[in-house]
Structures are given as structure tokens and as C-alpha cells.
Write a protein that binds this ligand. Structure first.
Ligand code: G4P
Length: 536
């Protein structure tokens, strides 16, 4: 009996140890979808390569994956993809592209243990990469860089390294190094193995053959051309002498990013990247709670809600709460304790791994994501755990919206529905609502991270609450939380491009038209302490 228990424990520990939960972040079009698809290919999740979805069909990719899911019995949706590769159980969290970009995108990063940053080799660090990267830094998680599209004209690799270091403030460690680019792309030099993996362009064919040749091979110069050979020798010398040393601890804390060059479309360098990445990255990380860090290997089950999605099924008007399991094992029908609601619950409603396709799961482990039917009891950041425990995971920050609009209801008789609707939608975290405390105005200011959320608000208020609204766009771009709560905002010296607002929890905030106005406020009000994220 004891032996059985021991072996169960070992299996259980191993199941968690082998889990890798990460998000892929990129600016739209850098190749996130293409890279993800290649990963799935290696996981045996899809049989055919070359069915890459381009930008115009990127939204379709999700529904196509759904078909794949049915055929192969894997779990694929817009929220998380799960597959096995090389003994690992991989959960890829989806971070939607710019059309769908919202606070959810940021929150998803709260559920990840590491991030893969895809960069277009001809463009370098772009706006959205910067935004998502900032959130990764908050989390102190490992960040891996895949410099994509080397089969096209690319910028000088040293310049790209410098840009990543300067713009993002992270050190780089190139794991491999490109030889040429575009039509002249010959492959990469693997710095650990000290060999070349050569790339043979294949007349537009989407998969390329890769062969391995040692750096000291006398035929190398003929293979890659003399000029490339000389450049490579110089580059390698420079890298060995001047680049940062590999340091796993630095990687673990997101201070050093291992960098890989490749081409997702032609499938060059993707599998070596996946293999190295899985080894270098981390299994589920401990999470901070009100009772200290919670160890993922603990036999206490715990999870937190990082995303709530309403109306996944139009016929039922339901909500799904997505939870990241932080420790222990989840079993279907198990009884849990919802800490914020102070209630024991039996998760007896169909639990589904991920969004639209309702696959009931039997069990899940630390690192996994589960979707649970939400009758309206969960809020973002809530903790669920084994009954008898009462700890709460550290809250999910509220991210700064970047677009603001004044909302006016067209039929003033529907005030009640309007208030209820905006409050409920704000509770789900799709929008943030603010009031102007000293203006005497009853109107509401709505802030969103992505403008698509304005359309969602308008649509949902009309369809679910029967309220029509008009949105008047406001010129503000920046919002800051006032950290020192005792400060009397009426005494502040502010420019005309600044507005004082209050959120529904009563926090005081400032809206700014541009950065100049932020500087003005900070310079003229020495006591003012501003924050870009809020943990309240
Ligand atoms: P995203 O999810 O980050 O938005 O990017 P996605 O994978 O959709 O890729 C954007 C475009 O870049 C697609 O082209 C895709 O084929 C192309 N691409 C991705 N990786 C590579 C690469 O390694 N090399 C080259 N040359 N192109 C790459 P598209 O024209 O929008 O679509 P399609 O017609 O190719 O399907």
C-alpha cells in the first residue's frame, strides 16, 4: 500500500515537473501563428505542414484548429493549446493580436510561467512587443526570443541584439547565429554544439532540409561561400569574446534572454528552438499568496481566476471563468473552496479545458488551465483551493487603459439597466469605468486597452441590457493611479490636458493627454506618487 502511494507521488510530481506553460508574445505579423502551428506539428497535433494561416485568415486559424482538435482529440482553442512533445506536456496560452488586443491579453501573461517573444528580423522590436514585454517583466519570468523570417532580408544580427538590450533592458545570449539572410540565408551556427545547421532554399517549397556540419569541416567554406565563411568566423570570435555568458539563474528571472534565429514559415530552426527552450525554461513556478509562496508540487489543490469570458454560448448567456492551476491536482467533481466568496463549491457543472468546445476533463495538474462554468460568482484574481485552506493569491494588476470615451445613454429612463450593464461588464474586466468626482456630471468615462472593446460594450449593452449608448471619444492617452491615497486631489496643480477621475473602487486617478502633461504634474506636485499598474 505504502509502495503504491509512493509511486503515485512520484508520478504526480513528474506530471507537474514535465509541464511547461507559456505565452507567445509578438507584434502582429511577426509570425506567432506560424510558429505555434509548427510547434503543434512537432507535438503530432497536426499532420501536415504548410497550412500556415496568414494575417487575413488568422482568425480562421482558431476555428480550423477546432476541427483539428476534434480529429486528433487534442485541446485547441482561442484560450490555450495543450499538446505533448518529447515527454513534456505543453500549454501555450494565446495572446490575441491587435484586433482583439485587450486587458485579457495582459492578464493571460499572469497565468504563464515563461514567454516566447517572436521578433520579425527585418523590423526588430515593435510597439506591441514592447507593451507585452513590460508585463512579462512585472512577473519576473523567463523570456526567450525567436528572431523570425531569416529567409527574408533581415537587419544585422548585432544591431538586433543591441536593440533588444537597449529598448527592453534585458541582456541577450544568442544560442545560435545566422549566416546571411534572405536569398543568401545559409543557416545558423549552433554555439553550444559548435556546428552549422545549413539551410537549403527549396524553390519556394515551404519545408527545408537542414544538414549539420562542424565549424572545422574543410568543406564549410564551399558550402556557405567564402564571404559568409569569413563573416561567420569574425562573428563567432566577437560573440565568444563579447556577448554575455549563459547563466540559467539570470534566464530564470528574465534578466537574460536566450536568442534563436530561424524561419517559422520554412520550418527552419523551429524544432531545435522548441527542444532547447523546453529544457531551459521552467516547470510551474511557485506563486505568491497571503500565506507565503505556494509550492506547485504541494498536494493542496489551488488555482486563481485570470480571465472571465461572457456569452461563450449565445443560447445560454453563460460565463466561463478560466483558472490557472497553481498547485496540486484537479479532479472532476471535486469539492473546492472559493476563498473570496467564502463558499464551498462542487465543480459539478461541466468543466471544460478551454473555450468553445466543451470537453469535460477528468483531471488536470499545476500548470494547466481549466474553464469552469461561472454563474456570476467569480471575479478576476479569485482563489479556489482545497477546503480547509484560506490563502489568497496575489491580485492581478489592473492595467492602464489607453483609449477613453465618455458614454452617454440615449434613453435616460433606462438608467438602472445602464448602471447594471456597465458595472457587470467592468467586473468581468473587459472595460474600466470612471467617474468625474468633482464635476457634478453623471456620465461615465470608459477606458479600454484595445478599441475593439468599445464596440463590444456597445453591442453587449444593447443585446444583453437593452440599452443604447453613444460614445464620445476623449483625447486622453495615459492614466496613472495616485498611490498616496491621503493626498487631497483638489490641491493639485494640474495642466489643462489632465483630468481627475475615480474608479468604482474609489481610487483616485489622473488622465493625461500626453506625456508632457504627466511631466508637468510630477514636476509641480512634489508629493504626488503615480503608478502605471494598480494592485488594488
Ligand atoms: P502573427 O500570428 O504574428 O500575426 O503572424 P503570422 O504567423 O500570421 O504571420 C504573418 C505573415 O508572415 C504570414 O504571411 C506568414 O506566412 C509570414 N511568415 C511567418 N513566418 C515567416 C517566415 O519565417 N518567413 C517568411 N518569409 N514569412 C513568414 P501572409 O502573407 O500574411 O500570409 P500567407 O499568405 O503567407 O499565409
Amino acid at each position: 500500500m505504502e509502495a503504491m502511494e509512493e509511486s503515485f507521488l512520484a508520478d504526480y510530481q513528474q506530471l507537474i515537473e514535465k509541464r511547461r506553460t507559456f505565452a507567445i508574445i509578438s507584434h502582429p505579423d511577426a509570425g506567432k501563428t506560424t510558429l505555434t502551428e509548427k510547434f503543434l506539428l512537432y507535438g503530432g497535433a497536426i499532420a501536415l505542414a504548410g497550412s500556415v494561416k496568414g494575417k487575413k485568415t488568422a482568425r480562421h486559424a482558431v476555428s480550423d484548429w477546432m476541427e483539428i482538435e476534434k480529429q486528433r482529440g487534442i485541446s485547441v482553442t482561442s484560450s490555450v493549446l495543450q499538446f505533448n512533445y518529447d515527454g513534456y506536456c505543453i500549454n501555450i496560452l494565446d495572446t490575441p493580436g491587435h484586433q482583439d488586443f485587450s486587458e485579457d491579453t495582459y492578464r493571460t501573461l499572469m497565468a504563464a510561467d515563461s514567454a516566447v517573444m517572436v521578433i520579425d528580423a527585418s523590423k526588430g522590436v515593435e510597439r506591441q512587443t514592447r507593451k507585452l514585454f513590460k508585463v512579462c517583466l512585472l512577473r519576473d519570468i523567463p523570456i526567450f526570443t525567436f528572431i523570425n523570417k531569416m529567409d527574408r532580408d533581415a537587419r544585422n544580427p548585432f544591431d538586433l541584439m543591441e536593440e533588444i538590450e537597449k529598448e527592453l533592458g534585458i541582456q541577450t545570449y544568442p544560442v545560435n547565429w545566422p549566416i546571411g539572410c534572405g536569398k543568401e540565408f545559409k543557416g545558423v551556427y549552433d554555439r553550444h554544439r559548435r556546428e552549422i545547421v545549413s539551410f537549403t532554399a527549396n524553390n519556394g517549397q515551404r519545408e527545408v532540409e537542414a544538414t549539420e556540419v562542424e565549424l572545422s569541416d574543410p568543406n564549410l567554406s564551399a558550402l556557405i561561400g567564402e564571404e559568409n565563411y569569413n563573416t561567420l568566423k569574425d562573428d563567432v570570435e566577437l560573440l565568444d569574446g563579447a556577448s554575455y555568458e549563459f547563466d540559467q539563474e539570470q534566464v530564470r528571472h528574465g534578466k537574460l534572454t536566450p536568442v534563436f534565429f530561424g524561419s517559422a514559415l520554412t520550418n527552419f530552426g523551429v524544432e531545435p528552438f522548441l527542444r532547447d527552450f523546453l529544457k531551459m525554461t521552467t516547470s510551474p513556478l511557485p506563486r505568491k499568496s497571503s500565506e507565503g509562496e505556494i509550492n506547485p508540487f504541494s498536494d493542496v489543490f489551488s488555482a486563481f481566476v485570470f480571465k472571465i469570458q461572457a456569452n461563450m454560448n449565445k443560447a445560454h448567456r453563460d460565463r466561463i471563468a478560466f483558472m490557472r492551476i497553481c498547485s496540486g491536482r484537479f479532479e472532476k467533481n471535486m469539492e473546492v473552496y472559493h476563498v473570496q466568496g467564502d463558499k464551498k463549491l462542487k465543480l459539478s457543472q461541466p468543466q471544460q479545458m478551454m473555450a468553445q468546445e466543451r470537453e469535460v476533463i477528468e483531471e488536470a495538474y499545476a500548470g494547466d488551465i481549466i474553464g469552469v462554468f461561472d454563474p456570476g460568482i467569480y471575479s478576476i484574481g479569485d482563489t479556489i483551493c482545497t477546503p480547509g485552506h484560506k490563502f489568497q493569491f496575489e491580485g492581478i494588476p489592473t492595467f492602464a487603459p489607453e483609449h477613453f470615451a465618455r458614454v452617454r445613454q440615449l434613453d435616460t429612463l433606462k438608467r438602472k439597466q445602464f448602471v447594471k450593464g456597465t458595472q457587470q461588464i467592468a467586473q468581468e474586466g473587459a472595460i474600466q469605468i470612471f467617474h468625474e468626482p468633482y464635476s457634478g456630471m453623471e456620465e461615465v468615462i470608459v477606458g479600454v486597452v484595445g478599441t475593439l472593446q468599445f464596440d463590444v460594450l456597445q453591442y453587449r449593452l444593447k443585446n444583453e441590457y437593452n440599452v443604447e449608448i453613444a460614445l464620445e471619444s476623449l483625447p486622453f492617452q495615459y492614466i496613472r493611479w495616485i498611490e498616496n491615497k491621503e493626498l487631497d486631489v483638489k490641491t493639485l496643480n494640474l495642466s489643462s490636458g489632465t483630468k481627475v477621475v475615480q474608479d468604482f473602487k474609489g481610487n483616485q486617478l489622473l488622465l493625461f493627454v500626453d506625456r508632457w502633461n504627466i511631466d508637468w504634474a510630477v514636476e509641480r506636485n512634489k508629493d504626488l506618487v503615480l503608478a502605471e499598474f494598480s494592485r488594488n
